[in-house]
Design a protein around this ligand. Structure first.
Ligand SMILES: Cc1ncc(COP(=O)(O)O)c(C=O)c1O
Length: 382
Protein backbone atom coordinates (compact mmCIF):
# COMPACT_ATOMS: atom_id res chain seq x y z
CA UNK A 1 0.00 0.00 0.00
CA UNK A 2 3.01 2.25 -0.17
CA UNK A 3 1.94 3.25 -3.68
CA UNK A 4 -1.52 4.36 -2.50
CA UNK A 5 0.00 6.32 0.36
CA UNK A 6 2.47 7.99 -1.97
CA UNK A 7 -0.27 8.78 -4.49
CA UNK A 8 -2.33 10.36 -1.71
CA UNK A 9 0.67 12.38 -0.57
CA UNK A 10 1.32 13.56 -4.13
CA UNK A 11 -2.31 14.61 -4.57
CA UNK A 12 -2.54 16.22 -1.13
CA UNK A 13 0.57 18.24 -1.91
CA UNK A 14 -0.78 19.24 -5.32
CA UNK A 15 -4.07 20.58 -4.01
CA UNK A 16 -2.98 22.06 -0.65
CA UNK A 17 -4.34 24.07 1.10
CA UNK A 18 -7.45 22.28 -0.18
CA UNK A 19 -8.11 19.01 1.60
CA UNK A 20 -8.00 15.61 -0.07
CA UNK A 21 -11.06 13.37 0.09
CA UNK A 22 -10.22 9.80 -0.97
CA UNK A 23 -13.07 8.19 -2.89
CA UNK A 24 -13.13 4.54 -1.80
CA UNK A 25 -16.56 3.49 -3.07
CA UNK A 26 -17.03 0.18 -4.89
CA UNK A 27 -14.59 -1.50 -2.52
CA UNK A 28 -11.95 1.09 -3.24
CA UNK A 29 -12.39 0.76 -7.03
CA UNK A 30 -11.87 -2.97 -6.62
CA UNK A 31 -8.71 -2.71 -4.51
CA UNK A 32 -10.27 -3.14 -1.05
CA UNK A 33 -11.86 -0.12 0.62
CA UNK A 34 -10.35 -0.49 4.07
CA UNK A 35 -6.65 -0.81 3.17
CA UNK A 36 -7.04 1.96 0.60
CA UNK A 37 -8.78 4.21 3.10
CA UNK A 38 -6.01 3.63 5.64
CA UNK A 39 -3.27 4.23 3.08
CA UNK A 40 -4.95 7.41 1.79
CA UNK A 41 -5.36 8.79 5.31
CA UNK A 42 -1.72 7.93 6.08
CA UNK A 43 -0.73 9.83 2.93
CA UNK A 44 -2.56 12.99 3.90
CA UNK A 45 -6.22 12.55 2.92
CA UNK A 46 -8.52 13.97 5.60
CA UNK A 47 -11.87 12.80 4.21
CA UNK A 48 -13.24 9.61 2.65
CA UNK A 49 -16.19 9.25 0.30
CA UNK A 50 -18.37 6.27 -0.55
CA UNK A 51 -21.54 5.71 -2.59
CA UNK A 52 -23.58 3.59 -0.18
CA UNK A 53 -24.45 3.78 3.50
CA UNK A 54 -23.35 0.13 3.83
CA UNK A 55 -19.90 1.06 2.50
CA UNK A 56 -19.57 3.82 5.08
CA UNK A 57 -20.82 1.62 7.90
CA UNK A 58 -18.22 -1.05 7.03
CA UNK A 59 -15.43 1.53 7.27
CA UNK A 60 -16.72 2.85 10.61
CA UNK A 61 -17.11 -0.67 11.98
CA UNK A 62 -13.49 -1.30 10.99
CA UNK A 63 -12.42 1.62 13.14
CA UNK A 64 -12.04 4.43 10.60
CA UNK A 65 -12.66 7.74 12.39
CA UNK A 66 -12.18 10.21 9.50
CA UNK A 67 -15.25 11.98 8.12
CA UNK A 68 -17.00 9.79 5.51
CA UNK A 69 -19.08 11.53 2.85
CA UNK A 70 -22.01 9.75 1.19
CA UNK A 71 -21.97 10.85 -2.45
CA UNK A 72 -25.74 10.47 -2.94
CA UNK A 73 -28.71 11.23 -0.71
CA UNK A 74 -29.31 8.05 1.31
CA UNK A 75 -32.63 6.21 0.95
CA UNK A 76 -34.96 7.11 3.83
CA UNK A 77 -34.72 3.60 5.24
CA UNK A 78 -30.93 3.92 5.56
CA UNK A 79 -30.81 7.37 7.17
CA UNK A 80 -30.84 6.18 10.78
CA UNK A 81 -27.89 3.93 9.99
CA UNK A 82 -26.05 6.79 8.31
CA UNK A 83 -26.59 9.09 11.28
CA UNK A 84 -25.86 6.34 13.81
CA UNK A 85 -22.48 5.73 12.17
CA UNK A 86 -21.62 9.45 11.91
CA UNK A 87 -21.57 9.40 8.10
CA UNK A 88 -21.93 12.74 6.32
CA UNK A 89 -25.00 12.53 4.08
CA UNK A 90 -25.44 14.37 0.83
CA UNK A 91 -28.89 15.94 0.41
CA UNK A 92 -30.72 17.37 -2.59
CA UNK A 93 -34.46 16.88 -1.97
CA UNK A 94 -36.83 18.43 0.60
CA UNK A 95 -37.99 14.91 1.56
CA UNK A 96 -34.40 13.87 2.16
CA UNK A 97 -33.75 16.90 4.37
CA UNK A 98 -36.90 16.22 6.44
CA UNK A 99 -36.13 12.50 6.84
CA UNK A 100 -32.57 13.25 7.88
CA UNK A 101 -33.83 15.88 10.29
CA UNK A 102 -36.00 13.25 11.97
CA UNK A 103 -33.08 10.77 12.11
CA UNK A 104 -30.86 13.49 13.60
CA UNK A 105 -33.50 14.38 16.23
CA UNK A 106 -33.72 10.76 17.30
CA UNK A 107 -29.93 10.47 17.56
CA UNK A 108 -29.60 13.61 19.64
CA UNK A 109 -26.32 14.65 17.97
CA UNK A 110 -26.01 17.37 15.30
CA UNK A 111 -25.58 16.02 11.77
CA UNK A 112 -23.61 17.82 9.07
CA UNK A 113 -25.08 17.48 5.59
CA UNK A 114 -23.55 18.37 2.24
CA UNK A 115 -25.97 20.02 -0.19
CA UNK A 116 -25.36 18.92 -3.77
CA UNK A 117 -26.42 21.02 -6.75
CA UNK A 118 -26.60 19.76 -10.29
CA UNK A 119 -24.61 22.18 -12.42
CA UNK A 120 -24.65 20.04 -15.56
CA UNK A 121 -23.80 16.40 -14.83
CA UNK A 122 -27.56 15.66 -14.61
CA UNK A 123 -27.25 12.55 -12.49
CA UNK A 124 -28.16 13.57 -8.94
CA UNK A 125 -28.34 16.98 -7.30
CA UNK A 126 -30.75 19.85 -6.73
CA UNK A 127 -31.75 22.26 -9.44
CA UNK A 128 -29.64 25.39 -8.82
CA UNK A 129 -32.87 27.39 -8.48
CA UNK A 130 -33.89 25.21 -5.50
CA UNK A 131 -30.59 25.43 -3.63
CA UNK A 132 -31.43 28.40 -1.39
CA UNK A 133 -34.76 26.84 -0.35
CA UNK A 134 -32.98 23.57 0.44
CA UNK A 135 -30.33 25.36 2.49
CA UNK A 136 -33.16 27.08 4.38
CA UNK A 137 -34.86 23.71 4.92
CA UNK A 138 -31.60 22.38 6.40
CA UNK A 139 -31.36 25.45 8.66
CA UNK A 140 -34.95 24.83 9.82
CA UNK A 141 -34.06 21.36 11.09
CA UNK A 142 -32.63 21.72 14.60
CA UNK A 143 -30.57 18.54 14.22
CA UNK A 144 -28.94 19.46 10.90
CA UNK A 145 -26.08 21.77 9.92
CA UNK A 146 -25.08 22.75 6.42
CA UNK A 147 -21.55 21.35 6.24
CA UNK A 148 -20.88 21.97 2.55
CA UNK A 149 -22.18 22.96 -0.85
CA UNK A 150 -20.94 20.79 -3.68
CA UNK A 151 -21.31 19.69 -7.28
CA UNK A 152 -19.78 17.19 -9.70
CA UNK A 153 -18.05 17.84 -13.02
CA UNK A 154 -19.10 15.92 -16.14
CA UNK A 155 -16.17 16.46 -18.51
CA UNK A 156 -13.22 17.61 -16.43
CA UNK A 157 -11.14 14.96 -18.22
CA UNK A 158 -12.02 16.36 -21.64
CA UNK A 159 -9.22 18.12 -23.44
CA UNK A 160 -11.14 19.85 -26.23
CA UNK A 161 -12.46 23.40 -26.18
CA UNK A 162 -16.08 22.36 -25.81
CA UNK A 163 -15.39 20.25 -22.73
CA UNK A 164 -13.25 22.93 -21.13
CA UNK A 165 -15.96 25.49 -21.81
CA UNK A 166 -18.57 23.20 -20.23
CA UNK A 167 -16.44 22.79 -17.10
CA UNK A 168 -16.11 26.58 -16.95
CA UNK A 169 -19.91 26.82 -17.23
CA UNK A 170 -20.34 24.34 -14.36
CA UNK A 171 -17.89 26.31 -12.21
CA UNK A 172 -19.74 29.53 -13.02
CA UNK A 173 -23.14 28.02 -12.15
CA UNK A 174 -21.65 26.71 -8.90
CA UNK A 175 -20.32 30.15 -8.04
CA UNK A 176 -23.72 31.69 -8.69
CA UNK A 177 -25.38 29.19 -6.32
CA UNK A 178 -22.73 29.75 -3.63
CA UNK A 179 -23.31 33.51 -3.96
CA UNK A 180 -27.08 33.13 -3.70
CA UNK A 181 -26.67 31.00 -0.57
CA UNK A 182 -24.34 33.58 0.98
CA UNK A 183 -26.78 36.39 0.16
CA UNK A 184 -29.46 34.42 1.98
CA UNK A 185 -27.18 34.00 5.00
CA UNK A 186 -26.08 30.41 4.38
CA UNK A 187 -22.31 30.09 4.44
CA UNK A 188 -21.30 26.42 4.60
CA UNK A 189 -17.74 25.92 5.86
CA UNK A 190 -16.77 23.85 2.80
CA UNK A 191 -17.32 23.80 -0.94
CA UNK A 192 -16.17 20.98 -3.22
CA UNK A 193 -16.34 20.34 -6.93
CA UNK A 194 -13.35 18.47 -8.34
CA UNK A 195 -12.80 14.80 -9.04
CA UNK A 196 -9.28 13.61 -10.01
CA UNK A 197 -9.41 15.25 -13.44
CA UNK A 198 -10.81 18.48 -12.01
CA UNK A 199 -8.18 18.55 -9.27
CA UNK A 200 -5.37 18.16 -11.80
CA UNK A 201 -6.63 20.22 -14.73
CA UNK A 202 -8.65 23.00 -13.06
CA UNK A 203 -6.85 24.54 -10.07
CA UNK A 204 -9.79 26.94 -9.69
CA UNK A 205 -12.04 23.92 -9.04
CA UNK A 206 -10.07 22.75 -6.00
CA UNK A 207 -12.18 24.85 -3.59
CA UNK A 208 -11.82 23.56 0.01
CA UNK A 209 -11.75 19.85 -0.79
CA UNK A 210 -11.15 17.63 -3.82
CA UNK A 211 -12.69 14.18 -4.22
CA UNK A 212 -10.10 11.94 -5.87
CA UNK A 213 -10.72 8.34 -6.81
CA UNK A 214 -8.87 7.08 -9.86
CA UNK A 215 -5.71 9.11 -9.20
CA UNK A 216 -5.40 7.63 -5.74
CA UNK A 217 -5.27 4.19 -7.38
CA UNK A 218 -2.41 5.37 -9.55
CA UNK A 219 -4.21 6.02 -12.80
CA UNK A 220 -4.97 9.23 -14.60
CA UNK A 221 -8.27 9.51 -16.44
CA UNK A 222 -6.31 10.43 -19.62
CA UNK A 223 -2.66 10.48 -20.73
CA UNK A 224 -2.92 14.27 -21.14
CA UNK A 225 -3.80 14.59 -17.46
CA UNK A 226 -0.82 12.40 -16.51
CA UNK A 227 1.35 14.89 -18.37
CA UNK A 228 -0.33 17.84 -16.70
CA UNK A 229 0.17 16.26 -13.28
CA UNK A 230 3.84 15.60 -13.96
CA UNK A 231 4.17 19.22 -15.11
CA UNK A 232 2.63 20.51 -11.89
CA UNK A 233 4.62 18.25 -9.56
CA UNK A 234 8.13 18.51 -10.95
CA UNK A 235 7.88 15.27 -12.88
CA UNK A 236 6.36 13.14 -10.15
CA UNK A 237 3.94 10.50 -11.33
CA UNK A 238 1.21 8.37 -9.85
CA UNK A 239 2.00 4.71 -9.23
CA UNK A 240 -0.54 2.00 -10.08
CA UNK A 241 -1.48 0.44 -6.75
CA UNK A 242 -2.73 -2.91 -7.88
CA UNK A 243 -1.03 -5.95 -9.38
CA UNK A 244 -3.38 -8.68 -10.58
CA UNK A 245 -1.45 -11.91 -10.52
CA UNK A 246 -2.07 -15.63 -10.67
CA UNK A 247 -0.06 -18.82 -11.23
CA UNK A 248 0.11 -21.27 -14.09
CA UNK A 249 -1.95 -24.28 -13.00
CA UNK A 250 -1.39 -26.63 -15.92
CA UNK A 251 0.49 -26.78 -19.22
CA UNK A 252 0.20 -28.79 -22.42
CA UNK A 253 2.35 -29.03 -25.51
CA UNK A 254 0.09 -28.56 -28.49
CA UNK A 255 0.83 -28.80 -32.19
CA UNK A 256 0.41 -26.00 -34.71
CA UNK A 257 -3.21 -25.72 -35.80
CA UNK A 258 -4.75 -26.84 -32.48
CA UNK A 259 -7.52 -24.47 -31.35
CA UNK A 260 -7.71 -24.06 -27.55
CA UNK A 261 -10.83 -23.05 -25.54
CA UNK A 262 -14.53 -22.59 -26.30
CA UNK A 263 -15.48 -21.99 -29.88
CA UNK A 264 -12.08 -23.25 -31.13
CA UNK A 265 -11.59 -19.71 -32.32
CA UNK A 266 -7.99 -19.50 -33.43
CA UNK A 267 -5.41 -22.08 -34.58
CA UNK A 268 -2.04 -21.96 -32.88
CA UNK A 269 0.42 -20.53 -35.39
CA UNK A 270 3.10 -23.01 -34.33
CA UNK A 271 3.77 -25.79 -31.85
CA UNK A 272 3.44 -24.23 -28.41
CA UNK A 273 3.21 -24.71 -24.68
CA UNK A 274 -0.28 -23.60 -23.73
CA UNK A 275 -0.58 -22.57 -20.07
CA UNK A 276 -3.88 -22.68 -18.22
CA UNK A 277 -4.27 -20.02 -15.52
CA UNK A 278 -7.08 -20.22 -12.97
CA UNK A 279 -8.60 -16.77 -13.41
CA UNK A 280 -11.46 -15.94 -15.75
CA UNK A 281 -14.30 -13.59 -16.53
CA UNK A 282 -15.92 -14.34 -13.17
CA UNK A 283 -12.83 -12.71 -11.68
CA UNK A 284 -12.84 -9.66 -13.92
CA UNK A 285 -10.77 -10.77 -16.92
CA UNK A 286 -13.06 -9.51 -19.69
CA UNK A 287 -14.23 -12.28 -22.02
CA UNK A 288 -13.53 -10.07 -25.05
CA UNK A 289 -9.87 -9.69 -24.08
CA UNK A 290 -9.00 -12.60 -26.40
CA UNK A 291 -10.71 -10.97 -29.41
CA UNK A 292 -8.85 -7.71 -28.96
CA UNK A 293 -5.37 -9.21 -28.61
CA UNK A 294 -4.98 -9.23 -24.84
CA UNK A 295 -1.65 -10.36 -23.41
CA UNK A 296 -0.38 -11.41 -19.99
CA UNK A 297 3.13 -11.57 -18.56
CA UNK A 298 4.85 -14.88 -17.82
CA UNK A 299 8.59 -15.25 -17.35
CA UNK A 300 9.07 -11.55 -17.99
CA UNK A 301 7.56 -11.74 -21.50
CA UNK A 302 4.26 -10.74 -23.07
CA UNK A 303 2.21 -13.80 -24.03
CA UNK A 304 -1.02 -13.69 -26.06
CA UNK A 305 -4.19 -15.42 -24.99
CA UNK A 306 -4.53 -18.66 -26.95
CA UNK A 307 -8.32 -18.78 -26.85
CA UNK A 308 -11.47 -17.27 -25.42
CA UNK A 309 -11.49 -16.31 -21.72
CA UNK A 310 -13.69 -18.75 -19.80
CA UNK A 311 -15.46 -18.22 -16.49
CA UNK A 312 -12.67 -19.58 -14.32
CA UNK A 313 -9.64 -19.97 -16.56
CA UNK A 314 -7.60 -18.44 -19.35
CA UNK A 315 -5.31 -20.25 -21.77
CA UNK A 316 -2.08 -18.56 -22.75
CA UNK A 317 0.08 -19.21 -25.82
CA UNK A 318 3.59 -19.43 -24.38
CA UNK A 319 5.24 -20.40 -27.65
CA UNK A 320 7.85 -23.04 -28.40
CA UNK A 321 10.65 -21.43 -26.40
CA UNK A 322 12.89 -22.84 -23.73
CA UNK A 323 12.82 -22.95 -20.80
CA UNK A 324 9.18 -23.92 -21.06
CA UNK A 325 6.58 -22.29 -18.91
CA UNK A 326 5.57 -24.65 -16.08
CA UNK A 327 2.89 -25.03 -13.43
CA UNK A 328 3.56 -22.65 -10.55
CA UNK A 329 5.04 -19.87 -12.72
CA UNK A 330 3.82 -16.39 -11.84
CA UNK A 331 1.36 -14.79 -14.27
CA UNK A 332 0.89 -11.02 -14.14
CA UNK A 333 -2.35 -9.91 -15.73
CA UNK A 334 -2.11 -6.26 -14.61
CA UNK A 335 1.14 -4.85 -13.35
CA UNK A 336 4.85 -5.32 -13.94
CA UNK A 337 7.00 -8.36 -14.45
CA UNK A 338 10.61 -8.11 -15.54
CA UNK A 339 10.84 -5.06 -17.74
CA UNK A 340 7.26 -5.40 -19.00
CA UNK A 341 4.04 -3.80 -17.84
CA UNK A 342 0.38 -4.36 -18.63
CA UNK A 343 -1.85 -1.63 -17.27
CA UNK A 344 -5.59 -1.32 -16.71
CA UNK A 345 -5.46 1.50 -19.24
CA UNK A 346 -4.03 -0.89 -21.86
CA UNK A 347 -6.93 -3.31 -21.33
CA UNK A 348 -9.39 -0.42 -21.33
CA UNK A 349 -8.03 0.97 -24.60
CA UNK A 350 -8.19 -2.46 -26.25
CA UNK A 351 -11.74 -2.99 -25.05
CA UNK A 352 -13.11 0.49 -25.67
CA UNK A 353 -13.80 1.23 -22.01
CA UNK A 354 -12.11 3.13 -19.16
CA UNK A 355 -9.53 1.98 -16.64
CA UNK A 356 -12.10 2.55 -13.84
CA UNK A 357 -14.25 -0.28 -15.18
CA UNK A 358 -11.33 -2.70 -15.46
CA UNK A 359 -10.32 -2.06 -11.83
CA UNK A 360 -13.86 -2.20 -10.41
CA UNK A 361 -14.62 -5.45 -12.23
CA UNK A 362 -11.98 -7.48 -10.39
CA UNK A 363 -14.25 -9.99 -8.73
CA UNK A 364 -14.75 -10.95 -5.09
CA UNK A 365 -13.13 -14.36 -5.63
CA UNK A 366 -9.73 -12.73 -6.12
CA UNK A 367 -8.03 -12.50 -2.71
CA UNK A 368 -6.81 -8.96 -1.97
CA UNK A 369 -3.40 -9.14 -0.40
CA UNK A 370 -1.94 -5.98 1.05
CA UNK A 371 1.79 -5.70 0.46
CA UNK A 372 4.36 -2.98 0.94
CA UNK A 373 4.24 -0.78 4.01
CA UNK A 374 0.49 -0.88 4.51
CA UNK A 375 -1.51 -2.63 7.20
CA UNK A 376 -1.52 -6.40 7.10
CA UNK A 377 1.19 -8.91 6.24
CA UNK A 378 4.06 -7.29 4.39
CA UNK A 379 5.77 -9.31 1.70
CA UNK A 380 7.56 -6.60 -0.17
CA UNK A 381 6.75 -4.48 -3.18
CA UNK A 382 3.45 -2.86 -3.99
C1 LIG B 1 -19.48 12.37 -7.04
C2 LIG B 1 -18.13 11.84 -7.31
N1 LIG B 1 -17.04 12.53 -6.90
C3 LIG B 1 -15.79 12.09 -7.13
C4 LIG B 1 -15.57 10.91 -7.80
C5 LIG B 1 -14.16 10.47 -8.05
O1 LIG B 1 -13.89 10.53 -9.42
P1 LIG B 1 -12.45 10.13 -10.00
O2 LIG B 1 -12.33 8.67 -9.76
O3 LIG B 1 -12.55 10.47 -11.43
O4 LIG B 1 -11.47 10.92 -9.25
C6 LIG B 1 -16.66 10.17 -8.24
C7 LIG B 1 -16.43 8.92 -8.96
O5 LIG B 1 -17.13 8.47 -9.81
C8 LIG B 1 -17.96 10.64 -7.99
O6 LIG B 1 -19.05 9.97 -8.39
Amino acid sequence: MGAARRNAALLAGLVAPSQLCAVVKADGYGHGALPLARAALAGGATWLAVALVEEGVALRDAGIEAPILLLSEPPTAAMADAVGHRLVPTVYTPEGVRALGRAADRSGAPVDVHLKVDTGMHRVGADPDDAVALAAAVADQPGLRLGALWTHLAVADGADEEDRAFTATQLHRFGVVAGALADAGHRPPLTHVANSAGAIAFPEARCDLVRCGIALYGYCPTPALAGALAGATGGRRLEPVLTLRAEVAFTRRLAAGERPSYGRRRPLPGGSTVATVPIGYADGVPRRLFDVGGEVLIGGARRPLAGVVTMDQIVVDCGPGAPPVAAGDEVVLLGRQGGQEVSATEWADLLGTINYEILCDIGPRVPRRVVGDGPGPADGGD
